[in-house]
Design a protein around this ligand. Sequence first.
Ligand code: HEM
Length: 486
Amino acid sequence: MDVDNKFFNVALLIVATVVVAKLISALLIPKSRKRLPPTVKAFPVIGGLLRFLKGPVVMLREEYPKLGSVFTLNLLNKNITFFIGPEVSAHFFKAPEADLSQQEVYQFNVPTFGPGVVFDVDYSVRQEQFRFFTESLRVTKLKGYVDQMVTETEDYFSKWGDSGEVDLKYELEHLIILTASRCLLGQEVRDKLFADVSALFHDLDNGMLPISVIFPYLPIPAHRRRDQARTKLAHIFANIIASRRETGKSENDMLQCFMDSKYKDGRQTTEAEVTGLLIAALFAGQHTSSITSTWTGAYLFRHKEFLSAVLDEQKNLMKKHGNKVDHDILSEMDVLYRCIKEALRLHPPLIMLLRSSHSDFSVTTKDGKEYDIPKGHIVATSPAFANRLPHIYKDPERYDPDRFAVGREEDKVAGAFSYISFGGGRHGCLGEPFAYLQIKAIWSHLLRNFEFELISPFPEIDWNAMVVGVKGKVMVRYKRRVLPVD
Ligand code: HEM
C-alpha cells in the first residue's frame, strides 16, 4: 500500500508538473506575444521593403501617429524595431555591445574602410581604435587643427573676387576636403598628393551606394573602382608613414596620432590600420560637416534676425580680439554655435542609426505601455524624425536657434537623448567638437568678410544620398566687405 501510495504521489507530481508547465507556457507565450510592439501594416513579403524604399522618414511620419513610439517593420526576413523619442531610446544609446551591437549592421563599411579596422574587428579591438580617435581629437590637438583650418579658410576665400555668384554647396564641400586633408591626412597629402588622393576618395565615395548596404561585395563597376582606390590609398599612406618613421618627422595631424597610437599590449598600429582609420575619419566627418555648413548658411540668409545676431557676435569678438581667430575665440561664438546646431537639428545628415539586438529586452513608452523586443531584431532610431518631435521642440519645423539658449534649452528638458544629430551615449560622435570648430571657422570668416544673398530657391533635402544633404545647387551672390566694428 505504501509502495502504491508512493507511485501514486510520484504520478500525481508528474501530472501536476506537466499541467503547471503547460499552464505557465500557455500563460506566458500569449502574454509575451501581447507585449510585442505593433507592426507596420504592409503587403506580405515585400510590402515592408516597399514602404522602407519609399523613404524611411516618410514611413515614420505615417506610422508614428498610428503606432506610437515603438513599432516593428517586417523587412523581408528581418524585423526592424523603431524607437522614437528620448523616452524610449535610452537603451538604444546606452546598451552594452553584447546586447546591442553595431558590427553586423554597419558591416557594409568594411570594404571601404579596409581590413583590420572598426567594423572588421572585435569590439575589444574597436574600442581601442576608438580610443585612438578620442586621443587624436583632444583639446590640445584641436587647438593645432584650428590654426590649420583658419589658414585653409583664409587661403581659399582669398581666391574669390570682390563680388560674384557661386554655388555655396560646391565651395564648402571643396574647402572641407582641403581642411580635412590638412588636419587629418597630413601635410604630404595636402601639399603634394591632393589631386591623386581626392580622386581616390571620390571613387571610395561613389562605391558606397544604397545597394552596397545589402550587397557590399556585389561585382559592379562602382565596387571594383572602390576596391582599386582602396588599394592605391593603402600604398600612398604606407609610403608616407614609412617616410615619417624613417626621418623621425612628426606632425600635428590625425595621421601622426594614429601612427603613434599603441594597443594595450604595446603593439603599434600597422600602416594598413592607420590608413583604414583615416578613411573612417574622413567618411565620418567630411560630408556631414560640409552639409551642415551649407544648411547653416542657407538658414542664416533666410532668417535676417539670426543673421544680424551672428554678425553682432562677430563684431563684439573683433572688438575684443581684433581679427585673430583661434580655438578659444571660436569657443566664444555661442550665437553661431546655436545657429549651426539648429540647422543640424532640422537636417541631421545621418538620418537613421542602427543596432543589432543580441538579447531580449523590454521598453516602456511615455504613456506607460511595455513592449518586449526579441533578440534578433534590428533596432533603429532616426535623428531626422526624432529631432522634430513636437512634444520636445516647440514649433519644431521652425528655424529657431534661440530654443537652445539659456532658459529654454529644449534639447535638454526631455533628457539626454532629445537631440541626437550626433547620436549619443556609448557611441556618440567623437568628432563633434572638431565639426563645430571647423564650421565656425568657415562661417566666422565668411561673415566677417562678405555680404551674401541667396539667389536660388531655398534648398530641398536630397533624401536619396547615403549621407542626406542638400539637393542641387545653392547659388549665392557675394560682395566682399570688412565687417564694420563700431
Ligand atoms: C556635423 C558633423 C557630424 C555629424 C552630424 C556626425 C554624426 C555622428 C553620429 C550620428 C554618430 C553616431 C552613429 C551611431 O550611433 O550609430 C557619429 C559617430 C562617430 N563620429 Fe561623427 N558626425 C560628424 C562629424 C564627425 C567628425 C568630423 C569626425 C572625426 C573627425 C567624426 C567621427 C565619428 C566617430 C569616430 C564616430 C563613432 C563613435 C563610436 O561608435 O563610438 N564625426 N557621428
